[in-house]
Design a protein. Structure first.
Length: 376
């Protein structure tokens, strides 16, 4: 239930009738849904593998064969042999899994409306337009495009075709360092915060970075600014992580200076600077696993993960950095009912919600993915 919870609204997806899951609420109770999922999983055996992103809810994670962040799940998908891979996460993750699996394997997204609002902040025509503007001000042979994995496959295709690579929050530092060895400038999309925070960690100053906003004329930047910038950041952001504030950090520190503030690098630069520690979802998990007993933490990331950590590490004192429940509403869309529907469709030999990246896009997108996997 999310009643009483402030949802961070990042949900720009319209429900389309043909994408609405079909199992109606009254048809089965929640318990019956879970029982049938268990029965079908046993029946389908190793024909099906289930991947669950850390931001999924507990009742989905309970069924996952593998859990992880986007990098871990991409690596896991590449190793799987199952005929069907049910991806409990969001659309771009299922696309990535499809690119990394064999043609005779099928990746299924239980709810086709589970997207990512950040990924939607950059589309291929906007990127093409930006590249054209950049080419008027700089030699694009020296500009290396890097995309965060949170984007549509068409953007991965663009990056692969233009000598760039994909990154995740776990490896952004290595990928950006690699890019700056290949060229003089960086075009980083779609998340400005991950790009900025990582570049600062690499010693690049804020005045060497500009923000390109496709909603403004010429991206809101001049040709001279493009010429002089070392890093061109796309304007995109994650509404969940952008919701954390410096005031929240100050408030906690005023009461409990010993509580460590640990945040995800999709948070703003101001929050990143005020926090004690910052890192990817895996980094957050490992930090908490290794934390000394009794230590106190305020974590700035998606609430399902924070709550799970608090429940799992009862010898630590863990709370969310925000007093509001910073929930990713698109991740939240994947429910046991829709998982059951996916399993039923496989069992009936009429699999639905299969994610297939067209071959024409896959070739270059895979180049960008392979570059990332080789760098890290
Ligand atoms: S948490 Fe943010 S970046 Fe992650 S899937 Fe949700 S909207 Fe996208």
């Amino acid at each position: 239930m999310v009643t009483g919870t402030l949802l961070i609204m990042l949900d720009f997806y319209e429900l389309k009738d043909d994408h609405l899951p079909k199992i109606q609420d009254k048809e089965l109770s929640d318990e019956q849904v879970l029982l049938e999922i268990n029965a079908l999983r046993a029946k389908l055996g190793d024909r099906v593998a289930l991947l669950g992103h850390h931001y999924q809810q507990d009742d989905i994670i309970a069924f996952a064969d593998y859990t992880g962040d986007s990098l871990q799940l991409a690596r896991e998908a590449a190793k799987l042999k199952a005929e069907y891979i049910i991806f409990c996460g969001v659309h771009f993750m299922a696309e990535t899994a499809d690119m990394l699996t064999a043609d005779n394997q099928n990746v299924i997204l239980p709810d086709m409306n589970a997207g990512c609002s950040m990924a939607d902040m950059a589309n291929r025509s906007e990127i093409d337009r930006a590249w054209k503007s950049i080419s008027k001000a700089a030699n694009t042979d020296t500009v290396i495009p890097i995309t965060y994995i949170n984007c549509d496959a068409k953007l991965k295709d663009f990056v692969g075709a233009n000598g760039g690579a994909i990154c995740t929050s776990s490896n952004a530092k290595q990928v950006i360092s690699w890019a700056l060895e290949q060229g003089e400038k960086l075009l980083f999309f779609p998340d400005q915060h991950l790009g900025r925070n990582t570049c600062v960690e690499l010693g690049i100053s804020l005045d060497e970075m500009i923000v390109y906003n496709p909603n403004l004329q010429n991206g809101g930047v001049t040709a001279d600014q493009i010429k002089e910038a070392k890093v061109i950041l796309w304007y995109g952001f994650c509404s969940v992580h952008q919701g954390f504030t410096v005031d929240q950090i100050k408030e906690i520190k005023a009461k409990e200076p010993e509580r460590t503030i640990l945040i995800h690098p999709e948070c703003s630069y101001e929050v990143y600077s005020a926090a004690d520690m910052s890192g990817s979802t895996s980094f957050i998990l490992n930090t908490i696993k290794d934390a000394p007993k009794g230590s106190k933490w305020a974590i700035g990331t998606e609430i399902n993960l924070v709550n799970r950590l608090a429940a799992q590490f009862t010898d630590l004192d863990i709370l969310s950095l925000s007093p509001y429940q910073c929930l990713c509403t698109t991740m939240y869309r994947v429910r046991p009912r829709w998982l059951l529907e996916s399993l039923r469709s496989i069992d009936n030999n009429t699999p639905t919600n299969i994610i297939k990246v067209p071959a024409a896009i896959k070739e270059n997108a895979l180049k960008a993915l392979d570059r990332m996997l080789n760098i890290c």
